[in-house]
Structures are given as structure tokens and as C-alpha cells.
Design a protein around this ligand. Structure first.
Ligand SMILES: [Zn+2]
Length: 209
């Protein structure tokens, strides 16, 4: 288990809360403000607490969420789609928010998961430092591996604050990414049905399938 070992090493080398708060003070000074002034005095502690929330996904194992599956589905073999799963993530290049929604679908093969699990799966990956493309693939591949359905489809639409509040300053632009596996990749009618459900049918609906 090289992965578990690496995680343990990371945990052992993890800075203390005090060290993390000191780092925030450094950034405040870097921004040319005074971390000792009244309005900022409690800010490092608040920022560190916010980080615990923003990055809680590192403590969760997405495979665990999908462990409990149901096979009593009365022969249901149509696609299952959860649309508009809102998420907040942070871009790993600038550590600023990426806010968007994910649409997750799969074509079951005997087994299904509780629908809330799809939303939790998105959340676990969102609450990490992310790249939207990577997150799209991670969600799809995790679902495919855990459930072994006939196919998985994930589409994510998101606005990146690193594009809207800095750099090119382009408000209103959204990035759309998708990952199609199995039937969603191989069967155009399955893919069309999924895109219709999530309201993305029509030409040019998806840039990078
Ligand atoms: Zn960025």
C-alpha cells in the first residue's frame, strides 16, 4: 500500500494549526496589511478553520461512499442521472474558488447506489485542490470502478474565480468538461439521451468528450 504509506508520511509532516495560522499572517503582511490590527487579529484562525472545511475531501475515501450498493432494483436497467449537483472547489493553480455543477449519470448493470451517494462523491473530490478536468475524470472513473455499470457519464460546468477576479478578468465564462465511459462513449443514442436529460443536447454541446 504505497498510497497509504504516502498518506501517513504526509500526515506526519503536516504543519500544526499554529504554523498554518502563522502562514496566513505572512500572506497578510505580503498583501501589505497588518495582521496585528484589530479587524485582522482573528483572521488567521478563521482562515484555517475555513480551510478545514474547503479541503475536508482529503479525509474522505470516495470508494467507501460507494461501498453499499443495492441489487434489488426490480429489473430497472435505464440510465440513472443526477443533474445539477452544485459544488464549490478550489483551483490548484491559484487556490481560489471554482463554483459549478456536476451532472452524473450511469447505466446500471444489476447494482445501483443510493442517489445521495452521487452528490457525496462529487463533494469529496470537490473539497480538494483541483483541476476541473481531473475532477471530471476522477468522479467518472471512481463510479465505474466501484459499480461496474454499463457506462458512466460526467459533465461539469464551472466558473473559475481565477479567471473572473484576476488575470484575464472574464466574468460569465464557464468551462465545460466531460467524461464518457462505456455505453455513453460507444452508443450515440445513450449519450444523446444523457445530454438531453442534463439539457445539453444540440450541436457543439460538449467540447471534449
Ligand atoms: Zn486557477
Amino acid at each position: 500500500m504505497a498510497k497509504a504509506k504516502a498518506a501517513a508520511a504526509r500526515e506526519a509532516a503536516r504543519p500544526t494549526r499554529e504554523e498554518a495560522e502563522e502562514a496566513v499572517r505572512t500572506m497578510i503582511r505580503w498583501a501589505r496589511d497588518d495582521p496585528a490590527r484589530e479587524g485582522l487579529r482573528d483572521t488567521p484562525a478563521r482562515v484555517v478553520r475555513a480551510y478545514e472545511e474547503f479541503f475536508a475531501g482529503y479525509l474522505q475515501d470516495p470508494n467507501e461512499i460507494l461501498q453499499r450498493t443495492f441489487s434489488e432494483v426490480g429489473g430497472y436497467d435505464e440510465m440513472i442521472v443526477m443533474t445539477d449537483i452544485r459544488f464549490e472547489s478550489h483551483c490548484e493553480h491559484h487556490m481560489v474558488p471554482v463554483i459549478g455543477k456536476a451532472h452524473v449519470g450511469y447505466l446500471p448493470d444489476q447494482r445501483v447506489v443510493g442517489i445521495s451517494k452521487l452528490a457525496r462523491l462529487v463533494e469529496v473530490y470537490a473539497r480538494r485542490l483541483q483541476v476541473q478536468e481531473k475532477m471530471t475524470v476522477q468522479i467518472a472513473d471512481c463510479l465505474q470502478k466501484a459499480l461496474k455499470p454499463k457506462g458512466v457519464a460526467v459533465v461539469i460546468e464551472a466558473a473559475h474565480q481565477c479567471m473572473t477576479t484576476r488575470g484575464v478578468h472574464k466574468p460569465g465564462v464557464g468551462l465545460v468538461t466531460s467524461r464518457m465511459v462505456g455505453a455513453f462513449r460507444d452508443d450515440p443514442s445513450t449519450r444523446r439521451e444523457f445530454l438531453a436529460v442534463i439539457g445539453r443536447s444540440g450541436a457543439g454541446a460538449l467540447p471534449n468528450t
